[in-house]
Design a protein around this ligand. Structure first.
Ligand code: ADP
Ligand code: AMP
Length: 223
């Protein structure tokens, strides 16, 4: 690493189902930095029935992006927390060029920058198979898959014993919309980060362990 003391701000890019959450949790543990998932923040707000959560639900249910202004404010508030001073892994944010610009401005104001944007490349057929079999723990958000990563006991989290559930926006109709939105609004971010020299592409169709190894190697090279 160029300067091990510099905080690492890592953006994980990839379509819904690419494995961002799975990998971000592991990477955060290894690098000892915070994992911020914008989708988890929205769902947490919804569970607590906050005004933000109820507003976001209307967009999430339709597979649309929550408007930039709302999303940017929520993530920037989280990034301002003291535990993010030593870096963070951003999962699901940014998803638009306006969000990426807002992130750059916020980090620049602190004399920081995005250290690496890691893109998990996964084909559409694989994404659909992953989302249709995804199960998530209600308590700790650990992620499983009926075929690719089944829990030891069906319906129960291996990590914390919590109850597993399937997201309603992982239903086939909503997934189609989410993928369309991804291709139209989020894919342009590849050019944004490529132009800044921080983009690394990883084959996200490999086994979880292999993807994790390649992500870590990329972080050590670029950051
Ligand atoms: P994202 O956060 O990008 O939407 P997740 O990390 O939730 O994606 O992964 C989507 C689904 O695919 C989950 O069910 C997860 O267990 C599974 N999964 C993640 N990575 C892999 C992989 N490398 N191989 C097979 N299945 C995977
Ligand atoms: P995720 O958990 O990342 O799949 O996100 C679930 C849903 O939350 C998305 O389909 C969007 O409706 C919303 N969402 C999450 N992150 C963002 C973001 N960065 N910008 C806009 N909407 C988002």
């Amino acid at each position: 690493m160029a300067n091990p003391k510099e905080p690492l701000y890592i953006v994980l890019l990839g379509a819904p189902g690419a494995g961002k959450g799975t990998q971000a949790r592991r990477l955060a543990e290894v690098l000892q930095i915070v994992h911020i998932a914008s989708g988890d923040l929205f769902r947490e707000n919804l569970n607590h029935q906050t005004a933000l959560g109820l507003l976001a639900k209307e967009y999430i249910d339709q597979g649309k992006l929550v408007p930039d202004e709302i999303t940017i404010r929520m993530v920037m508030e989280r990034l301002a927390c003291p535990d993010c001073a030593s870096g963070a892994i951003l999962d699901g944010f940014p998803r638009t060029v306006a969000q990426a610009q807002a992130l750059d401005e916020e980090l620049a104001a602190r004399g920081q920058r995005v250290s690496a944007a890691l893109y998990l490349r996964v084909s559409e057929g694989v994404l659909i198979a992953r989302l249709s079999g995804r199960w998530i723990c209600r308590s700790c958000q650990a992620t499983y898959h009926t075929l690719f990563n089944p829990p030891r006991q069906p319906g129960i989290c291996d990590v914390c014993g919590g109850e597993l559930y399937q997201r309603s926006d992982d239903a086939a109709e909503t997934v189609q919309n989410r993928l369309k939105v991804y291709f139209e609004q989020t894919l342009p971010l590849m050019d944004y980060y490529r132009a800044r020299g921080v983009l690394v592409e990883i084959n996200g169709e490999q086994e979880v362990e292999r993807v994790a190894d390649e992500l870590l190697a990329a972080v050590h090279q670029i950051a």
